[in-house]
Ligand binder design. Structure first.
Ligand SMILES: Nc1ncnc2c1ncn2[C@@H]1O[C@H](COP(=O)(O)OP(=O)(O)OP(=O)(O)O)[C@@H](O)[C@H]1O
Ligand SMILES: [Mg+2]
Length: 285
């Protein structure tokens, strides 16, 4: 009898270890300038990964203006902020979006997590850690620019997707992000997405120039992930509050996104710290 119980415990332990080993990668989507299309990118990229069989959770960490719920036409009652205040579990606040995409919002006051309330930090860590093995990817939709919190997210993520448009102002701000990040940690993995291109040629040229300049002046290699064309379907989908890959799956933007997600999955995705390492780094380092 005792042997049986031990065998069962061992089995459960093995299962737990296996589950823990399923890597959950954290990918931060960020930009220098605001309004370049990060939230639309993050949401539709996440949905495209879901279409390709991945389990994905999108986490809106834009501390100023949460966007993902608006793009989905939802207004979740529970957020990270209410989880901490009302002592809820992570499972109480995960919302189910289209096609099984999961999402959570930071909510108002989420940034307090970083303001050294130790109980809240511990609770945040314990609850968020449970997502380890639950999804393949956690996509963070960050705010624009280099706030203290954004920088922490970028430095702790396994991979960073930097979104720019071909406009010079957007490019120079993206460059500033790379410069700042490079100064803090040269081992951050970054990939570039050029959004709102008028042609593939323009996208490629923008990326080539950017890669050259970051290589030459910052000694930083930035991989090119893809281009998304400027497409009227995107604002039209925003107005409908339906993600453009769902509202207009045959639009140019949606097709480009599917290709980009496919290419992403072909690339070796770095596994730097994983979810627990990410949480430890944003909270305690
Ligand atoms: N590929 C595209 N083609 C046309 N319009 C686009 C495209 N991508 C984004 N937009 C438009 O740009 C606007 C800003 O998009 P979005 O909210 O995703 O940007 P953001 O970078 O998340 O902004 P913020 O910095 O305020 O969080 C939206 O109105 C959207 O319709
Ligand atoms: Mg946004």
């Amino acid at each position: 009898m005792i042997d049986q119980a031990k065998a069962l415990r061992d089995k459960m332990q093995q299962k737990k270890v296996k589950k823990d080993r399923r890597p959950t990668r954290v990918i931060a989507v960020t930009s220098g300038k605001g309004g370049v299309g990060k939230s639309n990118f993050a949401l539709n990229f996440a949905l495209s990964l879901v279409t390709q069989g991945k389990k994905v959770l999108i986490f809106d960490v834009d501390l100023g203006f949460a966007n993902i719920d608006v793009l989905l036409g939802r207004s979740p009652e529970e957020t990270i902020a209410t989880m901490l205040d009302k002592d809820l579990s992570i499972w109480d606040i995960i919302e189910e979006g289209p096609n099984g995409l999961q999402f959570i919002s930071g909510g108002t006051g989420f940034d307090e997590v970083f303001r050294l309330d130790e109980d809240k930090m511990n609770k945040f860590f314990t609850e968020l850690s449970q997502l380890q093995g639950h999804v393949d990817y956690i996509i963070l939709d960050t705010g624009a620019g280099l706030s203290y919190e954004n920088l922490r997210f970028i430095l702790a993520a396994d991979d960073v997707i930097l979104v720019t448009t071909p406009e010079p102002t957007s490019i120079t701000d993206a460059y500033s992000v790379v410069k700042m990040v490079q100064g803090k940690d040269p081992n951050v993995h970054m990939k570039l997405v050029v959004n709102q291109c008028t042609s593939d040629k323009e996208g490629r040229q923008t990326a080539d120039n950017f890669q050259q300049v970051t290589g030459k002046f910052l000694n930083k290699e930035i991989g090119m992930l893809g281009f998304i064309p400027s497409d009227a379907s995107v604002p039209s989908a925003v107005k409908k509050q339906v993600p453009f890959t769902i509202a207009y799956p045959n639009s140019q933007a949606a097709r480009a996104m599917q290709k980009l997600a496919f290419d992403f999955l072909e690339l070796p995705v770095p596994y730097k710290l994983g979810l627990k390492g990410f949480l430890l780094k944003i909270l305690f380092k």
